[in-house]
Design a protein around this ligand. Structure first.
Ligand SMILES: Cc1cc2nc3c(=O)[nH]c(=O)nc-3n(C[C@H](O)[C@H](O)[C@H](O)COP(=O)(O)O)c2cc1C
Length: 202
């Protein structure tokens, strides 16, 4: 691996609104990563259909981003809160992104952020971490749970604590990337145990 390569983070906006509140939150995370010299690519999932896993489908945004995922050191998944949880688009996307592709994500950084009018941010973020938790990803934290509040980007601008939480998350991702780089330069990486699968009864 080239030692001087620029480390990259993909920030994924699953909202149907390209420049809505979720995007505003992700931009705040990205601003800290860019300040620290990392490449932060905000990617919008668009408005097209996203098939769930196992479903026969035409090529969609999940295939496109999977083809690029190997180049990235970290991922931030952003969702608007819908009925107290992450939106359906991100659920389908995550199922596709992770199903059968663990090797693309092991040892990498994975974070989640949510935007809501009032409540449901914490449940949404917790849910998204389920996909990270069984793929040996490294989960950064922040100074509060990773949520912003608002129905419009200008309302999110007024959520000063939420934006600060996003910046702190960016700083924690930045720190983990620096540690990861030091690890790469010194031959240190997490040991990956062989996969063992039982279905509880055998
Ligand atoms: C179908 C739907 C369900 C929603 N459910 C919630 C909810 O449970 N809690 C909440 O606080 N806001 C809820 N909202 C508001 C959005 O989460 C909020 O406006 C969010 O910031 C929008 O982000 P976006 O601009 O990136 O799409 C809902 C919005 C929609 C369209």
């Amino acid at each position: 691996m080239a030692e001087n390569r620029v480390m990259k983070v993909m920030l994924i906006n699953s909202s149907i609104r390209e420049h809505g509140c979720t995007d505003r939150a992700l931009r705040e995370v990205a601003s800290v990563l860019e300040k620290d010299g990392f490449q932060a690519d905000i990617v919008w999932l668009g408005k097209g259909p996203i098939a769930d896993s196992l479903q026969p489908h035409e090529k969609d945004i999940a295939d496109e981003l999977l083809a690029k995922a190997g180049e990235y050191d970290g991922f931030v998944f952003g969702t608007p809160v819908y009925f107290g949880n992450l939106n359906g688009r991100l659920t389908s996307f995550l199922n596709r992104f992770f199903y059968g592709h663990a090797n693309l994500f092991k040892g990498k950084i994975g974070a989640a952020v949510a935007s809501c009018r009032r409540t449901g941010g914490i449940t949404s973020v917790d849910e998204i971490y389920h996909w990270m938790g069984l793929n040996c990803m490294i989960i950064p934290t922040s100074c509060y749970w990773n949520e912003v509040h608002g129905n419009t980007p200008s309302e999110v601008e007024q959520d000063l604590e939420g934006l600060n939480t996003m910046r702190q998350l960016g700083a924690m991702i930045s720190y983990l990337l620096k540690l990861k780089k030091l690890g790469e330069e010194n031959g240190i990486a997490p040991e990956m145990m062989p996969v063992v699968r039982t279905n509880f009864i055998r």
